[in-house]
Design a protein around this ligand. Structure first.
Ligand SMILES: C[S@@+](CC[C@H](N)C(=O)[O-])C[C@H]1O[C@@H](n2cnc3c(N)ncnc32)[C@H](O)[C@@H]1O
Length: 546
């Protein structure tokens, strides 16, 4: 029997033709460190067992809510509600305002109303995230701009649909943020035509095509559906504009173009928590329904875990309001998220390369604009303006970001070499010579200075806290501050270990180059000499300048 708290939701779900194996699973309240409310196995569940299935008619999206058709498709587009998440947010606010009349009333009632995501933090709390990649990506301003420019005018244009007496309760900015956060932390990404019954690959009785079946692999949400093999999107980035999914289905698209993916709320599938590489179920997208199936045996009493894409803590905190705090395989005795990364903005890289070149060159000082053409080309070729550094143990074949090293190399090329790279249409291959590695180390050191505290201080502080009994702790008085601390530590640990790794490589490269010099061997990759020799005019910097 399901617990009394979840019973109304289960009853609604079943009455709407949803299937739940209530003998095999229940939804219960777990400790915060286990995800809070979540699903557990009531019996030993074998692999390939269907735990529940959600009929497509129960999915809440701009396709299933009645609002867009009542509002009128032309007006919907005129107010740009077909772009980004604003339309879905408005649908959810409108459905909530319908109360018991809404098909999704029981679903909306069971969703959380309070969130621990930094979107709702005070300025003082946000200060604790200084230096991390969370703050720049919050997108609160963009969300509020959308609310003011799209949603409010749409609401004002139809007093018949949006009742005056509901405005303060159901259509406020707070309600908008709440719906945005629900989407960010619980939505799923569907292919626009995967549920169409006239899609000939998905006829009844036929096995679903690979792409349809697998697309929900990671499924939790646009927030959750983070590494679908079948789309060309980069969903982690797609969330970077606050609630809004602009980069994914948003403003960059043609006015009339339909979004490439559909962001939707999937009742019950969104009750599953997630933890780094712990998932034991997978959501299969089928023509008539979405089916949650076990991918390994689950013992009675164990939690049923989905995946949110094994995100680093900065992304988990930003999108979901929690962090993973697990034993680290690369740091015995220490805890954190094994998937943590640190992001480095290209402007830091450019600055460090400039410092290196200006330290070497004898001619005119180089400035950022001297690199403009190369940076533009890098971006045109699909390069990013941010480099993601994983822990050196994450990929033994490429322990230091290949892209970062390639970008450094690009900036170091002589003009002639740059022209050659351009004509070949590909950025240079990275080289692990001493000159490059010295710059890599400088970049890591500079990145460290963006944090207000040291890794050592943070590690001391975190030892004095515990995830389930945080409030009242002397040093970290709130869960938010503890989360900020853990995000900072995770990034700094990656940065420190990457710096240690790069420093070791640098020592080896310097030793090798010294030996080569002593031997009188050629083939030294000492950059400064090479750059000047190539330029033939007393310095590549000079040649590079227009
Ligand atoms: C998709 S919902 C999962 C269901 C949610 N626990 C509920 O009560 O509705 C995602 C939210 O669950 C919580 N959550 C999921 N996994 C978690 C974990 N490993 N640790 C802490 N909280 C988690 C976070 O609050 C997150 O925003």
């Amino acid at each position: 029997m399901p617990s009394s708290e979840i019973q109304p939701f289960f009853s609604w779900f079943q009455a709407q033709n949803g299937y739940i194996d209530t003998l095999a699973m229940d939804v219960v309240q777990l400790p915060p460190s286990e995800g809070g409310r979540g699903a557990i196995a009531l019996i030993d569940i074998p692999e390939n067992h269907v735990l529940f299935s959600v009929p497509r008619s129960l999915i809440l999206s701009t396709r299933t809510s009645a609002l867009p058709s009542k509002f009128g498709p032309a007006a919907w587009k005129r107010f740009k509600l077909h772009q980004g998440w604003a339309g879905l947010m408005l649908c959810m606010m409108w459905e909530a305002a319908q109360g018991a009349q809404s098909k999704w009333s029981a679903y909306l009632d069971m969703m959380p109303r309070k969130f621990d995501t930094p979107m709702f933090w005070s300025e003082a709390e946000l200060e604790e995230l200084k230096g991390t990649s969370v703050v720049d990506k919050l997108g609160k301003d963009q969300a509020e701009k959308d609310y003011a420019e799209k949603v409010v005018p749409a609401i004002q244009s139809r007093p018949d649909l949006f009742r005056q007496e509901d405005l303060a309760t159901y259509y406020s900015l707070d309600a908008y943020h709440m719906m945005g956060t629900r989407i960010l932390s619980r939505s799923f990404t569907l292919e626009p035509d995967e549920g169409d019954s006239d899609n000939e690959d998905q006829e009844q009785g036929k096995a679903p095509p690979e792409s349809a079946a697998d697309v929900g692999n990671t499924s939790i949400g646009s927030a959750m559906d983070v590494d679908q093999p079948t789309t060309s999107e980069k969903p982690a980035e797609a969330q970077e504009s606050g609630h809004d999914h602009e980069a994914d289905s948003g403003d960059e698209e043609d006015e009339d173009e339909e979004p490439r993916v559909e962001v939707a709320m999937v009742p019950l599938a969104d009750i599953l928590n997630a933890r780094y590489k712990t998932d034991n179920v997978k959501l299969f997208h089928e023509p008539e329904c979405l089916r949650m199936v076990s991918t390994k045996p689950i013992k009675a009493g164990e939690q049923i875990w989905n995946t949110y894409g094994d995100l680093p803590n900065a992304e988990l905190l930003r999108g979901f309001g929690h962090v993973d705090y697990l034993p680290l395989p690369f740091a015995p005795g220490e805890y954190g998220n094994p998937g943590d990364v640190v992001e480095i903005r290209a402007d830091i890289v450019v600055q460090c390369v400039l410092d290196a070149l200006n330290g070497e060159a004898t001619s005119k000082k180089l400035i950022t604009s001297d690199f403009e053409e190369r940076i533009d080309w890098w971006l045109e070729e699909g390069g990013d303006d941010t480099f993601t550094i994983e822990h050196p143990s994450a990929d033994p074949d490429a322990p230091l970001s290949i892209l970062l090293q390639s970008f450094i190399k690009l900036l170091l090329l002589t003009d002639a070499e740059f022209k050659k790279a351009q004509s070949k249409g590909r950025p240079p291959k990275p080289t692990a010579d001493a000159r490059n590695l010295r710059i890599v180390c400088d970049i890591f050191r500079k990145r460290k200075t963006l944090y207000a505290t040291s890794l050592e201080d943070d590690l001391q502080t975190v030892k004095q806290t515990s995830l389930d009994a945080t409030l009242g702790m002397e040093k970290v008085p709130s869960l938010n501050l503890r989360h900020a601390l853990i995000v900072r530590i995770g990034e700094k640990r990656v940065l420190q270990d990457a710096l240690n790794y790069a420093s070791e490589m640098l020592q080896q490269a310097e030793k090798k180059e010294k030996e080569e010099k002593q031997d009188g061997r050629t083939g030294s990759s000492s950059g400064a000499g090479k750059r000047k020799a190539d330029s033939g005019d007393g310095g590549a910097g000079k040649k590079r300048r227009k």
